[in-house]
Design a protein around this ligand. Sequence first.
Ligand code: AMP
Length: 190
Amino acid sequence: MNIVLFGPPGAGKGTQAILLSKKYNLLHLSTGEILRNEIEKNSNLGKNIKEIVESGKLVSDEIIIKVLNLALDSNEKKEYSGYLFDGFPRNIDQAHLLSNLLQSLKIKLDCIILIDVDESVLLQRILTRKDIEGRSDDNKETLSLRIQLYSRETEPLIEHYSSTHIVKRIDGEGEINEVNQRINRFLECL
Ligand code: AMP
């Protein structure tokens, strides 16, 4: 099974991605996580992107495809039953990059899941996450830019995919397990 997870910052993509990748044995590819690891390692790439990521802007598509390819190369594909893309694609050019990537992997997307959470809930979630994870891009100012970028660049992809793919909107409010069950119920009907 190959899935793309969409949702605004704070929707719970990362949390649900971890649960789903375990349950369905998927290779979880979180571009945000990969970039944060590079920053943590203080690698050359990490040094170059630190400011961009911390300000809530998007890093270049070239960097994204490069880190995705590196992550794909360093994982034993045969171990997994599919891929879970979390945080990619973020814009129309990245949607084209994903389409090329899928072709080269000789796989198709089974569905796109949009985790839907009202904007009023996002700030509280992000502030709670900041206390737990200490992410430096989790603050009120950065969140507003990230939401703007999501609405402008990423949300239009839902429309882009809905003519060719199954796009499922899942209510992302409530407890983690409740949201997870909603997603599982949908996936089991595929
Ligand atoms: P996320 O963990 O998905 O919320 O991503 C955290 C940050 O990493 C974003 O605000 C961007 O700065 C960067 N990022 C993650 N994924 C992408 C992507 N596909 N394209 C560009 N920037 C990204």
